[in-house]
Design a protein around this ligand. Sequence first.
Ligand code: A2P
Length: 340
Amino acid sequence: MGYRVAVVGATGEVGRTFLKVLEERNFPVDDLVLFASERSEGKTLTFKGKEYEVKALTKAPSFKGIDIALFSAGSSTSREYAPRFAQDGAVVVDNSSAWRMDPEVPLVVPEVNPEDIRDFHRKRIIANPNCSTIQMVVVLKPIYDYAGVKRVVVATYQSVSGAGAKAIRELEEQTKAWCSGRDLPEARHIPKRIAFNCVPHIDVFLENDYTKEEMKMLNETRKIMHDENIKVSATCVRVPVFYGHSEAVHLETGRDITPEEVREVLKEAPGVVVVDDPEKGLYPLATDVEGRDEVFVGRIRRDLSFNPGIAMWVVADNIRKGAATNAVQIAELLIKEGLV
Ligand code: A2P
């Protein structure tokens, strides 16, 4: 049996990757409906060798007949349209931040809290966490279960694709201009020049001087792990990398645990690949994980400031595991559990 699947934001970075991931994983799609803004109306995208025309979301009279809707068209679109899809009978898996902290909406990483998916009934919306949070909790959970985690200090090195297709073009254009000695075009989609730079400003600044992106890493981690006591202090930085987020993660653990034990625990963990042999120069790199669905971890060592504590380097493809793949895994779970 197949499903009628809608992709909202189909022309974007995550939207296009939804199509690739659905195809690669042989997701049971009976029919596909693609939505984007009016700018993209009539464009075509290919899925399994067949062309599908993109429809303008605003012009759709109803969303009846859709079983599963995968959303990645920004928070305001999700806020307005996810309830309409849900009302018309679909289950929405939403990639924006609009619904993540709603107590009636489960926030799910299938390797971490698959059981939470069952609570989707009230709104028929399931939220996909923030990309930086997803890759961190996939690695955190097995360590948490083994030794406890009290506190996390994390610095992120986030690629421009996390800010969408326009931010990718912005890095390309600035880099080309810089290399050919021209004046750099003005920064528009990243707050400051991103070529050959690091920008500690993702999403908006809040009253406590953290950014919203940084607070997502605290609040979403607590919700996913069901632990309101876990402390997370994050600094989120945009770097001139096209795909793949990297994170320096420092943990205070509940009890002493050796780096060897952490490696063993993580080797057994679902969705995790350990790449950790510094003598051979082996550690995960954003350039190596592009196009992969797992979370990669290396540089595992004792933390010198937390006692007991562990430091590590965590890398994943933010558009895949950080967005499209995680959402498709949620949809697969819905099917497996007989919820759609
Ligand atoms: P469009 O390509 O027509 O602008 P990205 O995050 O890579 O920038 O992609 C955002 C996606 O969300 C695109 O598919 C974009 O469509 C879509 N989108 C943006 N705003 C709207 C809107 N108001 N209604 C529907 N789709 C939207």
